[in-house]
Design a binder for this molecule. Structure first.
Ligand SMILES: Cc1cc2nc3c(=O)[nH]c(=O)nc-3n(C[C@H](O)[C@H](O)[C@H](O)COP(=O)(O)OP(=O)(O)OC[C@H]3O[C@@H](n4cnc5c(N)ncnc54)[C@H](O)[C@@H]3O)c2cc1C
Length: 360
């Protein structure tokens, strides 16, 4: 008789969608020794490729509830995964720290209260005369910027992370099908995923990681799942001012809700917008640069050298993300309206537990 472990390792799991959530689930489940097929028609044009990769875990201003629990787990899991993935890309890293700034006095008071109450040595209010605040005030021609620094938060290059995961999955010989799944059904205790080209793929389980399109494959009414699209834009700006050195700024920071990543002395990335639509609005530059009462001249005169967008899925009527066991052998992991990169490790751990519970 075959041992439980042998049967478990023979199990075949289909993952539909290969954004960060699909790929991270494939990583976690491959490490359990399962046979994985990951299916996606266009893995480059998704919201994961648009992400800026900021990992805002510790600076989340709540210390209880589901959202905090997922963040906390991810913060703990990320360093281990980075060490593991460095075998496939030694440059992969989380660039720390992360700085959150505001010009709003009330918001700053909330930050102060949060830091005081959280009693976490890795979170500090930035001193008025700190080098960060001085350089930011000088560059943005402001006087009233205040904020906090989080030594355990940071940024991972999302594109590089996705490429590293591809390398890992290839090394593990994970089957990758460049197809769109148009239907899933259960027959004789097996799941059948049908591609647009009418190919049927049998598996013991299906994990839906296909963001907005997850509802096309399930009976969303009986499962009561609603998702709406939220488009996010980001852009790279070239500036032309010899007096300004963008590299004097922190490596990643957020001012009044906009994320900023200096790339060189005269180039920076700003993101992102929240647009309840599937078509990007034209006023990207205005939307992304209006985060201060008065824009500095160099920013006003900056030129967009690149812009991009991604469409995320936001759950309607329930908190993000949606992680549910829908039926025996069918799991959904979607609705990552924000923070999909940050939360990937915690969510894939949850999925792995569901898989173990089902197969054992
Ligand atoms: C501009 C921008 C900046 C962001 N910045 C950050 C950030 O700094 N930090 C952070 O944590 N998050 C950030 N995010 C959010 C993050 O990108 C998302 O939360 C995350 O990418 C969601 O990943 P996903 O795998 O669920 O979806 P996606 O990456 O959208 O992947 C879904 C995949 O499913 C596939 N698919 C769809 N239907 C089917 C089908 N029928 N069959 C097969 N495959 C299918 C699609 O082709 C797609 O590849 C940002 C997002 C944007 C747009």
């Amino acid at each position: 008789m075959k041992s439980l472990k042998e049967n478990f390792q023979k199990a075949h799991i289909v993952i539909i969608g290969s954004g960060i959530i699909g790929k991270f689930n494939a990583l976690e489940l491959s490490e359990l020794g399962l046979q994985i097929t990951i299916i996606d028609p266009s893995q480059r044009q998704n919201s994961s490729n648009a992400a800026l990769g900021l990992l805002m875990g510790n600076m989340y201003q709540k210390r209880r509830g589901r959202s905090w629990d997922l963040r906390k787990q991810s913060i703990e899991l990320w360093p281990r995964w980075i060490t593991f993935l460095q075998k496939f890309n030694y440059e992969l890293n989380i660039e720390k720290p992360l700085i959150q700034l505001t010009t709003n006095e009330e918001k700053f008071k909330k930050l102060e209260k949060f830091i005081y109450e959280s009693n976490d040595q890795n979170l500090r209010i930035l001193e008025r005369d700190s080098i960060f605040i001085n350089n930011i005030n000088k560059t943005f021609q402001t006087k009233n910027i205040k904020g906090m620094i989080s030594f355990r938060d940071g940024r991972i290059n999302a594109f590089s992370l996705l490429q590293t995961l591809d390398k890992y999955l290839k090394h593990k010989k994970v089957n990758h099908l460049q197809e769109e799944i148009i239907k899933i059904r259960k027959s004789n205790n097996q799941w059948i995923s049908t591609t647009r080209n009418n190919e049927n793929i049998k598996s013991n389980m299906v994990i839906l990681c296909n963001s907005l399109k997850a509802i096309d494959l399930i009976d969303s009414l009986s499962h009561n799942i609603k998702l709406k699209p939220v488009l996010g834009q980001a852009m790279e700006i070239d500036i032309n001012d010899a007096e300004v050195d963008l590299l004097s700024l922190p490596k990643q920071f957020n001012i009044n809700g906009k994320n900023i990543i200096p790339k060189s002395k005269n180039k920076l990335i700003i993101g992102s917008t929240d647009e309840y639509s599937t078509k990007p609005k034209e006023d990207t530059f205005e939307k992304l640069t209006n985060f201060l009462d008065k824009k500095p001249d160099w920013l006003m005169e900056g030129k967009i050298s690149k812009k991009w967008y991604g469409i995320r899925s936001r759950p309607d009527g329930e908190p993000s993300p949606i992680m549910k066991n829908l039926e025996k052998g069918l799991v959904v992991c979607t609705g990552f309206y924000k923070n999909g990169i940050l939360l990937a490790p915690a969510c894939s751990k949850w999925v792995a537990n569901e898989v173990k519970n089902y197969l054992f």
